[in-house]
Design a protein around this ligand. Sequence first.
Ligand SMILES: Cc1ncc(COP(=O)(O)O)c(C=O)c1O
Length: 429
Amino acid sequence: MNPVVEQDRELDLIEKAKHVLPGGSFGNFASDIVIREGRGGRVWDESGREYVDFLLGSGPMLVGHAHPEVTAAAQARIAQGTTFFANNRYGIELAEAIIAAVPCAEQVRFVSTGSEADLYAMRAARAFTKRDKILKFEGGYHGMSDYSLMSLAPKRPGNFPQPIPDSAGIPKSLRDEVLVAPFNDLDMVNGLVREQRDELAGVIVEPMQRIIPPAPGFLEGLRKVTAESGILLIFDEVVTGFRLAYGGAQEYYGVVPDLCTLGKVIGGGFPLAAIAGRRDIMAHFDRRAVGDEGFLMQVGTLSGNPVAAAAGLATLGILKRPGAYDRLFATGRELMGTLTELLRHNGVTAQVTGEPPLFDAVFSGEPVRDYRGTLLGNTDMLRRFNALLRERGVLKGESKYYVSLAHTSDDIRHTREAWASALEELAGG
Ligand SMILES: Cc1ncc(COP(=O)(O)O)c(C=O)c1O
């Protein structure tokens, strides 16, 4: 098609979106781009512009867009009906695959989004311990529930452990139910847990918080203090599950929580997420096992959806093949190393942080150990760098590169050239 016509069509869509969507977007990403299609490690916008894609749908497309095996698995299911509410074979088999892979998983409850999974995991901790409070970390992302939106991204951080709501519409009373600590600060966690052990139900943590890896001993310390105090440890593995290793961050870092949440990769690009964990905790989802008093009500129209479960199973099948994670990590390491080198070469003060399957640059020379460390980074510079990269055919989220098994040496080469040219402009201007 004529490129001018294609560009007009994208501009038309962007205009239309402004009328029908608040902020002109689905709320997730910039409103000035409309993605038409994706294949492997690349996507195309409605104007026909091609990008090396490090957004990866915000993470689910670990094996690449439109992977033929995932597509075939989903298409086969679609032809047989797309949702039943009742149990289906694919959801049962996916639960089995998760239990075989993820160290803490003895049973699984499916939901549709990571937000829901986190909301129910925290509720399960409250049902199990019969206590109300949850400790989370400043800057930790656990979806959009009232609890999770405490101190996710406070503009003006407050005093620990007071939570700061990040959204309008959160009941004031909830401020008494959430404690907030800095990620990687075991001393503060130990103090808070010991002080409030009779009221705390659980500690929820992203084992790698956004792109900040845990300091040596931090996750082990959380495990120890929670176990000693009868408080549940919840790993939010919506991002890290099946990404840092086949068994997720708990395999990668060698610390096993009581409960975890999963999403993104396990749905193969369809809406599916899960709570998984110890059988005695998961029993609270079963009225017959725990009685009316302990029962945690949980129902969802699309839970365990067969198309999503089949796509997830096909995705896990690909990831399970020998060498898959070696390849993913090799690609990620090469990208991280190249970016580090180019930043240095251009005299830009920055560091590349994360793990090979997901990372980004923080434009700061100070060590980044927690949310406040990321605030020291020059976010205007990051934004400008991201924009320059988009102009050069590299698409990414605000503060993350998601690496795909489908990224090729050609994608890496294109990215290196885009980085080099964007950094030259950034450093010069
Ligand atoms: C660590 C983490 N937890 C939970 C969620 C929420 O998942 P969803 O967007 O599927 O609700 C996300 C989403 O990005 C996430 O990164």
